[in-house]
Design a protein around this ligand. Sequence first.
Ligand code: ATP
Ligand code: MG
Length: 553
Amino acid sequence: MSDTTPIQHFIRTIIDADLASGKHMGVATRFPPEPNGYLHVGHAKSICLNFGLARDYRGTCNLRFDDTNPEKESEEYALSIQEDVRWLGFEWNGSVRWASDYFQALYDYAEELIRQGKAFVCDLTPEAMREYRGTLTEKGRNSPYRDRTVEENLDLFRRMKAGEFPDGSKTLRAKIDMASPNINMRDPVIYRIKRAHHIRTGDQWCIYPMYDYTHCISDALENITHSLCTLEFEDHRPLYDWVLDNITIGCHPQQIEFSRLELHYTVTSKRKLLQLVTQGLVAGWDDPRMPTIHGMRRRGYTPEGIREFARRIGISKSVNIIDMAILEGAIREDLEAKAPRIMAVLRPLKVVLTNYEEGVTASRSAGFHSHHPEFGERDVPIGPEIWIEQDDFSETPPAGWQRLTVGGEARLRYSYVIKCDEAIKNAEGDVVELRCSIDHETLGKNPVGRKVKGVIHWLSAKHALPAEIRLYDRLFTDPEPDGHKDRDFLEFLNPESLETVQGWVESAVKDAAPETRYQFERMGYFCADRFEHTPGEKLVFNRTVGLKDTWAK
Ligand code: ATP
Ligand code: MG
């Protein structure tokens, strides 16, 4: 698998043409998150696109925080975003940039617009402004304040900045066209009054620029060549272009839109993810069930697997609703070659080996990966009592059963063939223990005179280490939880999305560092929890993704 062979898409075609025609000598992109939440898998798509293009074309990609909404933004979010970009394997060009770095420049450009008669201070209330704006089918009407003189506008705007007016009492609006079929062009607000403490500029400003106005100017100030964003901004492009065409700035990036990633059985909206966190419906932004980059990381997803996923889903303008299986497949494929393989028993059933003989019954060593001898080997010790998976025994097995049943045989992986002689039950009639006998002639050899097909995983009871194992399922029971008009997405939360079991693992993982990944043979891929796993003390593993079980039934 390679995540460096780019798949051609329409944005690459545009870039190729721009380089061929000499319109640009290189590629400069940016990733512009708002620090108002943790990034999710959709952002991962955008990160892989922007940073990936910079890598492929030997260009640059800036990380720029769009910090124009002070009430919702925080340093915690900004730090988590930087961590995520780096964890995904990318590095931004130079230092982190902030739209707030440009507040003064943005203000100066606003005065330039006013001086040209292209912006005005408006006193309409938000409700009145909405009324004047018109609708999709109805033209808007000019604000009664639209014809203020340049001098009056400059004076009022300066006084807005100086804090003379209450929050929300005035706005600065671009003077474009109230009759435009595009509502974004109907004299959009470009500045508002808002007394809010800003994470970077503190209380220095009481007016803040709007996103559309800020974004295009920030792009131009950074000499971005291609400004890539999601499709909902298509209708904002005329405004992006209008602003840059009407100020003296000398750079005009091309905005190009692509479709948002949506993943089945989850939600990709920061607002909804925030709701899950604040209502305590998940354990936090980094809950392994969350589609956040932090959540995926904690679950054990790899940066390489996520990048490969992004490569496979491609970039286009058509609807991009992807099944979780595509993501899981990319992760599984990456882990297949990388994760050492050990045995773990998740739902233990005790087995007494009645003819175990000290000094006779022997252990073997086993490699950590059948295709990677360089991963090394460890001893797989056997003892008089072992754990097997409850599911690997059946009292009344279906036809073709190859695992244990009374009177039946199975091979213990890397060890002997055993035969189940007796099942011991408790008062409720549940099987609580098996009595099995070892065929001592079968260590590393086929049994004589019969075929034993089933192979089961197991652990020596006295050697195994206890571990808390967290089994994750989909967070939602519906493929499009937020796609129902009259039902809230929270109604579709999967009550069984987390099951915690107390299992056993091989002692070989005793000192595994947090975030070490393993394949637990026959059970799936697991990752030592980033925060709660303490090597040598408390072992906690998260199931990353299941396994296509091929070598045993
Ligand atoms: P949300 O809708 O989850 O709140 P957002 O678009 O408001 O996300 P930003 O922080 O503004 O979040 O996004 C940063 C960049 O990531 C933007 O360029 C945006 O277009 C892109 N992005 C956000 N969500 C997706 C998605 N689902 N698929 C692809 N790109 C996305
Ligand atoms: Mg946004």
